[in-house]
Design a protein around this ligand. Structure first.
Ligand code: ZN
Length: 350
């Protein structure tokens, strides 16, 4: 996943102004991205970090091909640093447990960010195995930031430091960060991503150039779900539901809606959005406009097969059913009822 600006979903005007600032050397040394949870600020911050260290940048994007871009694409560039809220887990050693820092969780973080750069705070906690707790950024982490930035950039022009949710810093850590922002180590670009700017020290806020993201609209959210590399399990449920529905085998629907009902609320919403995106693809293929459907090689055969069998009236009914399901999830309706109703409606519409 090489995150060029053109890859980032949504916020087109913002992308353009960031590019202009970067090309005109008008970027501040610290930017504060404000997003709605899962709103794509990480993808945008990463695209910017990649751009400033690209060895062959174009006026409108990084090249996506040089050695630096490739390392950014794997999140392993030595001048790309991450800080995010963590907590102690059973997997850490006794000494690590006392003051857990992001570095201990980097492999899990990379895996998450590579498979879904539009991750939410909850997804992060789940990925690093602290989902029962709330993450924090402690002073030990702030000291690590200072240490890392005291070294010269090893390959790139810029040391890029992405801090996800700086509002999770305790006061001591926040004061250390403030010092760094006041006297930034040379050649450092701080990219802070917040969900609650009002919870940051005003002195930190005032040191940063504000970058406010627009929330992604429904269609853009669907695209982020559809682009994810780890949605094979979502697709499998979709296929099983469609197969059971087309063959009118009610008995085969049960296991699927039980799986869905066992997901957390966030994942249930995600799956519904994924399903909307998937149904849109079926609709496009069924109507002879396959090039617009952007099919991946893994889904081509299945999508064409389903599209050939589905009745034209299905699509609209399915969308309404999915919208109703999302509304019901958001108002805390028992998930078993939500997905039992949804799968019945899909079956009847097919
Ligand atoms: Zn490049």
């Amino acid at each position: 996943m090489i995150m060029r600006f053109s890859e980032v979903i949504g916020n087109d005007a913002l992308k353009e102004s960031l590019l202009k600032m970067a090309c005109g050397n008008r970027l501040g040394h610290a930017l504060l991205f404000t997003e709605e949870n899962g709103g794509g600020a990480f993808a945008l911050a990463l695209a910017l970090a990649q751009f400033v260290n690209c060895r062959d940048p174009r006026p409108d994007d990084s090249c996506g091909q040089c050695g630096s871009c490739h390392k950014y694409g794997k999140l392993i560039h030595p001048d790309l640093h991450f800080v995010f809220p963590v907590s102690s887990t059973a997997a850490l050693s006794e000494s690590e447990k006392k003051s857990p820092i992001s570095d201990y969780f980097l492999p899990a973080f990379r895996e998450l960010a590579l498979s879904n750069p539009y991750f939410t705070e909850q997804m992060l906690y789940e990925a690093i195995g602290i989902d029962k707790k709330s993450g924090l950024i402690n002073v030990g982490e702030a000291k690590r930031i200072a240490e890392k930035l005291s070294l010269r950039a090893s390959e790139g022009q810029w040391k890029t430091m992405i801090i996800y949710l700086p509002e999770k810093m305790n006061l001591e850590a926040a004061n250390k960060l403030l010092k760094l922002l006041e006297e930034p180590p040379q050649g450092t670009l701080f990219l802070l991503i917040t969900h609650n700017p009002e919870r940051l020290l005003p002195t930190i806020r005032s040191r940063c150039q504000p970058v406010a993201l627009q929330p992604l609209n429904r269609q853009q959210r669907q695209r982020t779900e559809g682009q994810r590399q780890d949605n094979a399990d979502y697709r499998e449920i979709a296929h099983s539901l469609l197969e059971a529905g087309l063959s009118k085998k009610i008995i085969d629907l049960f296991p699927q809606w039980e799986i869905l009902a066992d997901f957390g609320r966030e994942k249930q919403r995600e799956w519904c959005l994924f399903m909307e995106y998937y149904i849109r693809k079926l609709y496009l293929v069924a109507n002879g406009i396959e090039p617009l459907a952007d099919l991946s090689p893994q889904e081509e055969t299945a999508v064409r097969g389903f599209a050939a069998k589905i009745r034209p009236g299905f699509y609209e009914k399915a969308f309404t059913a999915l919208e109703d399901a999302i509304a019901a999830i958001d108002s805390n309706v028992n998930p078993k009822l939500v997905f039992c109703d949804l799968s019945n409606r899909l079956l009847l519409a097919l």
